[in-house]
Design a protein around this ligand. Structure first.
Ligand code: ZN
Length: 404
């Protein structure tokens, strides 16, 4: 079973886009309400017995269970009787928003993300339909529960042998979009590790580095775009809050944000293709395991840029029948890829790896990528040479592209 995501620009009627806006706002309120409930519960637990602060005056009984996705879904159903506006939105959509909050908490527990924040007006920009009715698609139209047929610009064909699993409606500066998740209930043969193998590491000096020496620099135009964004944001702050000019300036900021996101995505696809052209097997470091210990930016930064890139790289590999695997990335920068000796922690300014033991010398990012490659090969039980020569049991079937 595998799934793919297709995105299309919607062309809703005025009434439909008003409904979208209304639903976004109700979803935002539900999100914030559920977050407040969870937050209160945490506060009531963290309050010291002998130092009960004024702000924690409300008392939540000690045996109150921690709010969960299930308990909040139940509470939501009950709240509908009291808050009639909740009835305007399809229940499943609101439940998905509660699930999103649950996911934010899981990320906090498991991945050390920050405590989820309240969403201000306009900060919740999408909602999800986890299920669609029968035959939800016809050329140029998608049938959205409750809302009905919505027109969209069909920029590419939608495979007919797949099931439309879910639809996410997103508001962007340039309008409304639908993200369609299509699922095939067949098992696709996974490519086997074989052929030229490549280790890929997020770089310190460059965007990414590969074990064959390829280093991709961060493109300079991002710096220019960021500068432009800062300028526009300054302009917003000089306008009177809520005025017409303020709104216009705000709109410009949002448009640029969208442009930056699109440009970044294009860049990620370009790099992914470049890597896929050079290998049959690709190992990357598992970002979930990269801590702040590497003296790099926060995890959020890691996830914003490289997280998306690795996702795209995985898709690209899948398309081209390239074996893709994440490997443990701890201490990649402290190990010599040539002899395996663990060296001391490298200073941020050290740009070159020089091994004290075997005197192997190379770019520090490339060295880390080579360690990723060695670990990846070990993880699949082969050596780099074995993969390249195909000397292992089970020669992979000829890979075919999956036709998209
Ligand atoms: Zn060495």
């Amino acid at each position: 079973m595998f799934s793919l995501t297709y995105e299309f620009k919607l062309q809703p009627t005025k009434q439909q886009s008003e409904t979208f806006l209304d639903w976004l706002e109700i979803n935002r309120k539900v999100y914030n309400y559920a977050l407040a409930e969870r937050k209160d519960w945490y506060k009531s637990r963290s309050c010291q017995v002998n130092a009960c602060s004024l702000r924690s005056e409300y008392i939540i009984p000690a045996d109150t269970p921690r709010p969960t996705f299930a308990s909040q879904c139940k509470a939501l159903t009950a709240a509908k009787e009291q808050y009639l506006e909740l009835k305007r939105v399809q229940s499943q959509v609101l439940q998905q928003t509660l699930k999103r909050l649950e996911t934010a908490f899981v990320s906090m527990w498991e991945r050390n993300f920050g405590f989820p924040r309240f969403k201000k007006v306009g900060q919740l920009r999408s909602f999800v339909f986890p299920q669609l009715g029968k035959e939800p698609l016809k050329p140029g139209y998608i049938k959205i529960p409750v809302i009905g047929w919505v027109k969209f610009r069909q920029s590419r064909d939608i495979p007919t042998d797949a099931i439309l699993k879910q639809v996410r409606i997103i508001q962007r500066a340039s309008g409304w979009y639908a993200m369609l998740t299509l699922q095939w209930n067949i098992s696709v043969p996974q490519p086997m590790p074989y052929g030229e193998a490549l280790g890929v590491d997020v770089g310190l000096m460059s965007f990414i580095a590969a074990s064959n020496g390829l280093c991709v620099k961060r493109p300079k135009f991002f710096v220019d775009l960021q500068r432009q964004l800062k300028l526009l944001q300054q302009r917003v702050s000089h306008k009177k809050l809520g005025s017409n000019n303020w709104r216009k300036a705000q709109k410009k900021v949002q448009k640029l944000h969208e442009h930056i996101a699109n440009t970044r995505k294009d860049f990620h696809w370009k790099v992914a293709h470049q890597l896929c052209d050079q290998a049959k097997t690709i190992f990357v470091e598992d970002l979930n395991l990269v801590g702040l210990s590497r003296g790099m930016l926060g995890k959020h930064c890691l996830d914003a840029g490289w997280g998306q890139f690795f996702q795209i790289l995985e898709q690209c590999c899948f398309k081209h029948g390239i074996y893709f695997q994440k490997v443990d990335s701890r201490k990649t920068s402290q190990i010599c890829p040539s002899c395996g000796t663990q060296t001391g922690k490298k200073d941020l300014s050290e740009r070159v790896h020089v091994c004290e033991n075997c005197s192997y010398t190379t770019d520090r990012d490339v060295a880390a990528a080579q360690v990723v490659l060695i670990r990846g090969c070990a993880a699949v039980g082969h050596t780099v040479k074995m993969l390249a020569e195909g000397k292992f049991i089970g020669v992979p079937a000829k890979q075919e592209s999956h036709g998209f």
